[in-house]
Ligand binder design. Structure first.
Ligand code: ZN
Ligand code: ZN
Length: 259
């Protein structure tokens, strides 16, 4: 297998995903406690020492909670946009080493090319990522309010996609959330609904796409079944049936997808 993606945990309670290209290992987000990340990595057979870099999508706590301890303990660099690094507000000595990523520009991590692209979300400079190595292209877009034209353009031609499917529109509408929170979650700089995730996938899914991980599901306003059904309804059967589907969960690591 040239590339594997393993969701270690996903949702507002904490996010971390391992992406492996040959011997290069990248941790995308470090939003679980350090101990939790260590345990989950161990449970999927990965030694934390073997990780090359931690890539951060944005500064929100559910993506950065374990960042400081993990990167200091294992002496790993943190790569993120300048805005995200600033927003973390961590004194220089609290981070082992930081690498500033520029939106739209390709950066190298060992043999892997990493390109951040902007996503609409209520953080300082939030990014989705395109990762390419070993002939495999992986697209990651979690925490985004809507699929913009740029997001669609960037995610075309991937073999593996990890996409947010945060909420069911009706469950969010009827949820006991306060009105302001409903507005934030459902807003264009909030989180992606199942319908929008389906529309995004319909716009980018082509003959190359082999595996899709639906991620960052709301515990209150979504279920794995609803997310899968809503997204599937947007796709032509010949495309849907060719794809290896996963729903990332909050509490335990998911089965790896591999291409
Ligand atoms: Zn989040
Ligand atoms: Zn966020």
């Amino acid at each position: 297998m040239a590339c594997r993606l393993i969701p270690l945990g996903s949702g507002s309670g904490g996010n971390a995903t391992l992406v492996e290209f040959g011997s290069t290992r990248i941790l995308v987000d470090a939003g679980l406690s350090n101990r939790d990340m260590e345990n989950r990595l161990e449970s999927v057979g990965i030694n934390p020492d073997s990780i090359d870099t931690v890539l951060l999508t944005h500064e929100h706590y559910d993506h950065s909670r374990g960042l400081e301890r993990f990167t200091k303990k294992y002496e790993k660099p943190v790569a993120a946009t300048g805005g995200t690094l600033l927003a973390l507000n961590m004194p220089e000595h609290h981070i082992h080493r930081s690498v500033v990523l520029t939106m739209g520009q390709e950066h190298r991590i060992e043999k892997v090319s990493v390109t951040p692209f902007p996503v609409p979300h209520d953080a300082v400079e939030p990014a989705g990522f395109l990762l390419e190595g070993c002939g495999v292209r992986v697209g990651i877009a979690v925490d985004l309010g809507k699929p913009t034209a740029e997001v669609v353009r960037r995610l075309r031609g991937c073999q593996i996609l990890m996409i947010e499917a945060n909420h069911d529109l009706q469950l969010l509408r009827n949820s006991p959330y306060p009105a302001a929170l409903k507005k934030r979650v459902g807003g264009s700089r909030g989180h992606l609904s199942n319908d929008d995730a389906g529309a995004l996938l319909a716009a980018v899914a082509d003959g190359d796409l082999r595996a899709v991980v639906l991620a960052h599901l709301s515990r209150k306003n979504n279920t794995a079944d609803l997310a899968m059904k809503t997204v599937h309804a947007e796709l032509a059967p010949e495309i849907r049936l060719r794809i290896d589907w996963r729903v990332a969960c909050q509490k335990v690591p998911g089965r790896p997808v591999a291409v």
